[in-house]
Design a protein around this ligand. Structure first.
Ligand SMILES: [Zn+2]
Length: 268
């Protein structure tokens, strides 16, 4: 009798340990998320992928525009590092290897891979217009990475397809399946470097976090709703790529304005 009680207790403790390990917390919003993948594992895959994208892309020869991307990226990076330092969670940025590149392409697109690997396409610059517009996009894309939305999406797929197996285990026993999950989480196979559409929840969260980071970096957050209005109005003949993955609508602009007072508290 005593023995079985002990087994139940041990089992309960083990289950709690697994759930604790499999859970992460999103900075700023405090949302709990499923995490079956370590940062180290995520970064290793992402860095390899990023290197390949950069090697196979034509980088912009526009020195001024390239400098703008690196300048804004560097300032947002400093803001992120300050936020994490001030909240005693700097260890969560361990293994980050920030990089900001501008790719020559008509595509209206930008993204940030896990571990701080950012790419902007020259096609989005007319919508951004200047440093502040770049900061809106930069803050939003870095927020997706900081909030580990890609790892969360992969974790959900692994939970469904592999019964909650951790990535380190899955890589060893099911390398093909693991690769397929990464490819589908980041749409690597179909469209180079481009991200799959994030869920509405992830979009709203990235908007919120991005707004705080751009304000901390010294960019006026009130530019964010104006940027998304330009994005939805613009695009000319063909619908911009960025729009299909980043739906711009009245809800988004209303939600941004809901967070504006909080963001302005960080803006000097
Ligand atoms: Zn997004």
């Amino acid at each position: 009798m005593k023995h079985s009680k002990l087994i139940v207790t041990v089992f309960a403790l083990l289950l709690m340990a697994v759930l604790l390990v499999a859970c992460a917390t999103v900075p700023i919003t405090g949302r709990k998320q499923l995490s079956l993948i370590s940062d180290g594992e995520m970064h290793a895959m992402s860095f390899q992928q990023y290197e390949q994208v950069i090697a196979e892309s034509q980088l912009s020869s526009d020195a001024e525009a390239t400098a703008m991307i690196k300048r804004v990226g560097g300032r947002i990076q400093v803001a992120v590092e300050k936020y994490f330092h001030d909240h005693g969670i700097s260890d969560e940025l361990e293994g980050y290897a920030w990089e900001f590149n501008l790719i020559e392409s008509d595509e209206v697109n930008a993204w940030c891979m896990p571990g701080g690997k950012v790419a902007f396409y020259t096609g989005i610059l007319p919508v951004c217009r200047d440093d502040v517009g770049v900061a809106v996009v930069m803050g939003h894309e870095i927020a997706h990475a900081i909030a580990e939305h890609g790892a969360e999406r992969m974790s959900h797929q692994m939970a469904v397809q592999m019964g909650g197996m951790a990535l380190s285990e899955a890589v060893k026993t099911k390398p093909e399946e693991t690769r397929a999950i990464y490819m589908s989480a980041f749409a690597v196979g179909t469209h180079y470097g481009a991200m799959l559409p994030y869920s509405r929840k992830h979009e709203s969260e990235a908007d919120h976090i991005g707004l705080i980071f751009m304000a901390m970096a010294g960019y006026d957050p009130r530019e964010a709703p104006r940027f998304w209005e330009r994005m939805s109005a613009g695009g000319g003949g063909k619908p911009p790529e960025f729009m299909s993955t980043h739906p711009s609508d009245a809800t988004r602009i209303r939600q941004l304005n809901d967070h504006m007072a909080e963001a302005l508290g960080y803006y000097q």
